[in-house]
Design a protein around this ligand. Structure first.
Ligand code: NDP
Length: 278
């Protein structure tokens, strides 16, 4: 079976560098997709309260025959639950939906600039509580910009283990990634395939032809060689297998650079400085 490298987080916990994302998978299709991913060898699932499919993720893991400790599970706090008491309740509900006593990683999903008086630190303190009581083995943030991270550095006791941000060849995020590297925060690249939008790039197609791999495999390999954590989503059985079959080849440094040069600072998702979660 494909061997997926681990990344060691700033608290010593490890996370498989490649996982499986379930955003926009209908609840009715989620257990099947996650079961297929686990059979193909994925051991890391990325979900969120907002995806509405935590229960189905939990169902597939329970049915897989794998021990809970063999699968790394991430979930994220809903945008309507940033008030501390709501966040505590929401975290309990996430564990209940997943049918598990702990999550491996729990994230604040969005910083939400114009809600809760811009105070994500009070929310972060709830994540620190669930980290301390062991129900979240690691805690982190998503869609945080350097100024949000600086504020946590100044006011929080625990530094986020990860920042989950949009990264793909059209949005290479090298400044934010550099900031995270300097502060020992691992980067998780969401929508690593740009939702499919980067796969027709001639540079990527020609590297794929030369490597005897598909454009998606080349893009995922580019992320892995840059050191980011990825979890491509697919409901297509052949693609689920294709996306994990990326550990038997290496891109030359020049290919990695050529793909990085495709950057256009173009987002497919919301801008974290404007997005308020509804
Ligand atoms: P991805 O970049 O993973 O792209 C998914 C799309 O690409 C789907 O349409 C899928 O189609 C298609 N696809 C998958 N594999 C291939 C392939 N090998 N060849 C061609 N097309 C392919 O986008 P996502 O937005 O789903 O991002 C991945 C994960 O990141 C999410 O599931 C979620 O876990 C996380 N995320 C986090 C966010 C955050 O704010 N923190 C925001 C957005 C995503 P099909 O399914 O039909 O096969």
């Amino acid at each position: 079976m494909t061997s997926i490298p681990d990344i060691t987080l700033n608290n010593g916990q490890t996370i498989p560098q490649l996982g499986f994302g379930v955003f926009l998978i209908e609840p009715k299709d989620t257990a099947t997709a996650v079961s297929r991913a686990l059979k193909a060898g994925y051991r890391h699932i990325d979900t969120a309260e907002g995806y509405g499919n935590e229960a189905e993720v939990g169902e597939a893991i329970a049915k897989s025959g794998l021990d809970r400790g063999e699968v790394f599970v991430t979930s994220k706090l809903g945008n309507d639950a940033h008030e501390p008491d709501d966040a505590r309740r929401a975290f309990d509900e996430t564990l209940k939906a997943l049918g598990t006593e702990y999550v491996d990683l729990f994230l604040i999903h969005w910083p939400l600039p114009d809600r809760y008086g811009g105070d994500f630190v009070q929310t972060w303190r709830v994540l620190e509580e669930v980290y301390r009581d062991g129900r979240a083995r690691s805690i982190g943030v998503s869609n945080f910009q350097p100024r949000h991270l600086r504020r946590l550095h100044g006011e929080a006791e625990i530094i986020p283990a990860v920042n989950q941000i949009e990264v793909n060849p059209h949005l290479t995020q090298d400044e934010l990634r550099g900031f995270c590297a300097e502060h020992q925060i691992a980067v998780e690249a969401w929508s690593p395939l740009g939702r499919g939008g980067v796969l027709a790039e001639p540079v990527i197609q020609s590297i794929a032809n030369r490597a005897g791999k598909t454009p998606a495999q080349v893009v995922l390999r580019w992320h892995i060689q840059r050191g980011d954590i990825v979890f491509p989503k697919s409901v297509t059985p052949a693609r689920i297998k294709e996306n994990i079959d990326i550990f038997d080849f290496e891109l030359p440094a020049t290919d990695v650079e050529d793909i990085t040069l495709l950057n256009k600072n173009e987002r497919t998702g919301p801008d974290p400085d404007k997005f308020n979660g509804r």
